[in-house]
Write a protein that binds this ligand. Structure first.
Ligand SMILES: [Zn+2]
Length: 440
């Protein structure tokens, strides 16, 4: 295998990289690497006012009716365990504490009309019963109308036209909430427990490893339900945009799930590569990273390394399981992925804006690709040079990113803030072909 094609260090220190899965051409240039990446300044750090911790934005715990009706929530029991409750009534939602909520996205990327008009989709009997239950309660009916009116107002519709819409039309429009396929998983805290100013946001890395495991498991439960509710969905895009430079509308921690009727070009291309070489995710993923000493963390069922050929500094976390879809993983395997994702977020720190993106074998693919999660630090912006040449300048070379993460991981492990089962740097196995996705 000619690994130098993908990663080569020139005499002056320039690192030229080609991403084997996207063909992206990326350089890390010595003079530009010296300067530290711009940390995202969240806001002017003015002090928190009373009530801010629970009502700062529309995702906050005191503003339950600013989002569309809740599909599900995860409740923290007194003994530390969690349990899930689905489809609470509008009265019950106010009286049950929660740590994660799952709600429809008010502004869908792929709308319920897309499914209805293109596929004659109709909402499942279970979701229809939930819709009828929710709307039969006065508080539920008003909640749905209020949120729909807000949405129409935000789209620029004049007030007199909104008020002329008959209730029946609003009831039909609410199918987007009860049968749509674009959802949010929201964590309860907006700020950390001891925050005193608005920049002290609660991030993935601020959870305990166990809380993070439930965050992931709850998201995977949502995937299962979205597939079960709409048989035309062929892939669910799962991602987390952290802070505004990463595309987040709110600085309040949440993941998104979007059901689509297609795999998207990126997954299609990766499946094409698999047809040519079933072992490609080992060969040009883990093995290439191992030969360049980029693997920095590992546990029983997952492995993490810094990625080659990305526009932004990127962490890649791969499941080692022979199960190729998140919802086919055992709880223990999900736990291992969760521990590494959590540790990587914690090592990045809450002030780094990032995209977390999930990739996995589509429901209808005959070739298996491993479940993997990329965390991209959104610390740089492409400019004219990139536009003109299609050569991207990444301000942090993979080895430098690895070193920053390793230093932080050691401290976090010492402080007991990440899972104690994670092997760091030289403790990792580094054996060839660590990914077992192609085994039945
Ligand atoms: Zn909030």
């Amino acid at each position: 295998m000619q690994y130098s094609k993908y990663y080569s260090v020139m005499a002056d220190g320039t690192i030229k990289q080609i991403n084997p899965f996207t063909d992206n051409e990326v350089w890390s240039v010595p003079g530009r690497r010296g300067k530290p990446p711009a940390y995202h300044q969240v806001n002017e750090p003015h002090p928190l006012q009373p009530g801010d911790k629970t009502s700062f934005c529309a995702f906050c715990p005191d503003r339950l009716f600013d989002t569309p009706p809740e599909k599900s929530r995860l409740v923290h029991n007194a003994d530390g365990s969690f349990h899930r409750i689905d489809h609470l009534t509008p009265t019950e939602v106010k009286h049950q504490p929660w740590f994660f909520r799952r709600v429809p996205n008010l502004f869908e990327i792929v709308t319920v009309d897309y499914w209805k008009k293109n596929y004659s989709y109709y909402i499942s009997p279970g979701n229809l019963a939930w819709k009828e239950m929710y709307l039969s309660q006065e508080a539920g009916f008003h909640h749905v109308l209020d949120v729909l009116r807000y949405k129409l107002r935000a789209s620029g519709m004049p007030e007199d036209r909104i008020h002329a819409i008959p209730d029946q039309d609003f009831i039909a429009m609410s199918d987007a909430f009860f049968g749509g396929g674009h959802e949010l998983v929201i964590a309860a805290p907006h700020f950390t427990a001891d925050a005193v100013n608005v920049s002290e946001l609660f991030s993935s890395g601020d959870m305990t490893p166990e809380e993070h495991y439930h965050y992931l498991h709850f998201t995977i439960d949502a995937m299962k339900d979205i597939f079960a509710s709409n048989r035309y969905i062929r892939y669910i895009s799962v991602f987390q945009n952290w802070l505004q430079p990463a595309g987040a509308s709110f600085d309040h921690l949440h993941k998104q799930l979007v059901g689509i009727d297609d795999w998207g070009a990126s997954i299609r291309h990766q499946i094409d590569l698999l047809r040519q070489d079933p072992n490609i995710f080992n060969e040009l993923g883990a093995n290439l990273a191992s030969m360049q000493n980029l693997i920095f963390a590992e546990n029983e069922h997952a492995i993490a390394y810094t990625g080659i050929g990305h526009r932004h500094p990127t962490i890649e976390i791969f499941s080692k399981s022979n199960h190729a879809r998140p919802y086919e993983h055992s709880d223990e395997e999900i736990g291992a992925m969760s521990d590494l994702i959590h540790a990587c977020h914690a090592a990045s720190g809450s002030q780094i804006s990032s995209n977390e993106e999930w990739y996995y074998t589509p429901i209808d693919a005959a070739y298996q690709m491993p479940w993997h999660v990329l965390i991209k630090w959104r610390v740089n912006t492409s400019a004219g040079f990139e536009g003109g040449t299609s050569i991207y300048i990444n301000p942090i070379a993979p080895l430098e990113l690895r070193d920053r993460l390793v230093t932080n991981l050691y401290s976090l492990r010492y402080e007991g803030k990440i899972s104690g089962n994670i092997r760091i740097a030289e403790e990792c196995g580094m054996r060839p072909n660590p990914l077992r996705y192609y085994l039945k």
